[in-house]
Design a protein around this ligand. Structure first.
Ligand code: GTP
Ligand code: MG
Length: 319
C-alpha cells in the first residue's frame, strides 16, 4: 500500500494499517497529507469527545471506562492521547498503554499518543487532523485525552464536539489558581475520585465558581464519579448523550468545518486571507458555502489560496 489513493481507500474501509499510515503522514505534515485530509474530510461522521484536566486526575482511567461503555454499544472507539509537554509521537505512551491495555488487542479500539512535533499547525492542528482520520475510518466516538489546563489544552479541548473537564479533590492551590474561565472549557465537569474525602468541598467550590460565569453562557453539568470504583458513570454517559443530542449532526459538522477553515488559513500564514478569499471565491461567505455543501474541503481551499498567494509573489517578482 503506497499511493495516496490506496491510503485514502484503506482508511475509508477502516483498514488499521491504512489508518496508521495516514496518521503518521498527518502528524509529520508530509507533503501529500493535505491531499489525504482533503479526501477524508467529507467522510468524518461521529462525535469527538475531549477529556482534559490536571495530571493524575484519572483521565486515562475514565477513558478506559468510556471505551468499555461504547464497545458494549458495539461502536468502534478511537483514542488520541495528547501530551503537550512530550516530544514523543506515534505509538502509545507507556502509562496509557498500561491503563488501556485491556483494550489493546481489541480491533475495535485504536489508541494513538501524540506529542508536539512536526505539524505546521502545532499540536492542536496535528490532533485535529488525526481526529479526522479516525473519524473518517468510522471510529465513533474519537476521544482526545489532553493533560493539563493551560492554553495548549484549551486549544485541544476546543477541537472536540464535547469537552469533559476532570477535576479531583486535593488539588488545593491548583484549583484555586486556575485562571478564571477555566470552567468554561468544560461542557461537562467531572468530579472524579468521589471516593476520596474532600469531594464535597470540591463540589461546593466548583458550583460557586460556576455561579460567577457570565450569564448567557451555558452552565456545564457537574457529575461526580469514581472512575476506579465505577460509580456515577451511568450518569456521566447520560450527560454526554444529552449534550450530544443538543446539537444536530449538521450543526456539529458545520461548526468544525468553519473552525477548520479558519485554522488552516492561520496555519498557512495567509496574512491576506480575506483578500485572497475575495479573489478566489468572491469572499469568505462563498468559501464557507462550498465547504458546508461538501463541494470543497478547507484543505483544498487552503491549498488554492496558497497557490494564489505564490502566484501573486511570482508576478510581482518578475516585473
Ligand atoms: N481513589 C481513586 N483513584 C483514582 C480514581 N480514578 C483514577 N484514580 C487513580 O489516579 C491515578 C491516576 O490516574 P490516571 O487515569 O492515570 O490519570 P490521568 O489523568 O490520565 O493522568 P495523566 O495522564 O498522567 O495526567 C491512578 O493511580 C488511578 O488509579 C478514582 O476514581 N478514585
Ligand atoms: Mg493519562
Amino acid at each position: 500500500m503506497s499511493s495516496t489513493a490506496d491510503i485514502i481507500r484503506g482508511v475509508s474501509e477502516g483498514s488499521i494499517r491504512a489508518v496508521a499510515r495516514a496518521l503518521s503522514m498527518v502528524e509529520n505534515g508530509t507533503s501529500n497529507s493535505s491531499d489525504i485530509l482533503d479526501e477524508l474530510f467529507g467522510l468524518r461522521r461521529g462525535i469527538t469527545l475531549g477529556i482534559t484536566g490536571p495530571p493524575g486526575a484519572g483521565k486515562s482511567t475514565l477513558v478506559n471506562r468510556m471505551i468499555s461503555h461504547y464497545r458494549d454499544e458495539d461502536r468502534s472507539v478511537g483514542v488520541i492521547a495528547v501530551d503537550p509537554s512530550s516530544p514523543f509521537t506515534g505509538g502509545a505512551l507507556l502509562g496509557d498503554r498500561i491503563r488501556m491495555q485491556s483494550h489493546a488487542s481489541d480491533p475495535g479500539v485504536f489508541i494513538r499518543s501524540m506529542g508536539s512535533r512536526g505539524h505546521l499547525g502545532g499540536l492542536s492542528g496535528a490532533t485535529r487532523d488525526a481526529s479526522f482520520v479516525l473519524s473518517a475510518a468510522g471510529y465513533n466516538p474519537v476521544i482526545i485525552e489532553t493533560v493539563g489546563v493551560g492554553q495548549a489544552e484549551v486549544e485541544v479541548a476546543d477541537l472536540a464536539d464535547i469537552t469533559l473537564l476532570v477535576l479531583v479533590p486535593g488539588l488545593g492551590d491548583d484549583v484555586q489558581s486556575m485562571k478564571a474561565g477555566i470552567m468554561e472549557i468544560g461542557d461537562i465537569i467531572v468530579l472524579n475520585k468521589a471516593d476520596n474525602s474532600g469531594i464535597d468541598q470540591l463540589e461546593s467550590y466548583v458550583k460557586a465558581s460556576l455561579e460567577l460565569m457570565p450569564s448567557g453562557l451555558k452552565r456545564p453539568e457537574v457529575i461526580r464519579v469514581s472512575a476506579t470504583a465505577g460509580e456515577g458513570l451511568d450518569d456521566l454517559w447520560a450527560a454526554v448523550d444529552r449534550f450530544a443530542a443538543s446539537h444536530t449532526e449538521k450543526e456539529r459538522i458545520s461548526r468544525s468545518a468553519i473552525k477548520t477553515l479558519n485554522e488552516i488559513l492561520k496555519e498557512n500564514g495567509l496574512l491576506f486571507s480575506e483578500k485572497l478569499l475575495e479573489m478566489e471565491y468572491n469572499g469568505r461567505e462563498e468559501a464557507e458555502e462550498l465547504i458546508l455543501t461538501g463541494t470543497m474541503s478547507p484543505y483544498a481551499i487552503g491549498k488554492n489560496l496558497l497557490k494564489a498567494a505564490e502566484g501573486m509573489f511570482e508576478h510581482n517578482g518578475s516585473k
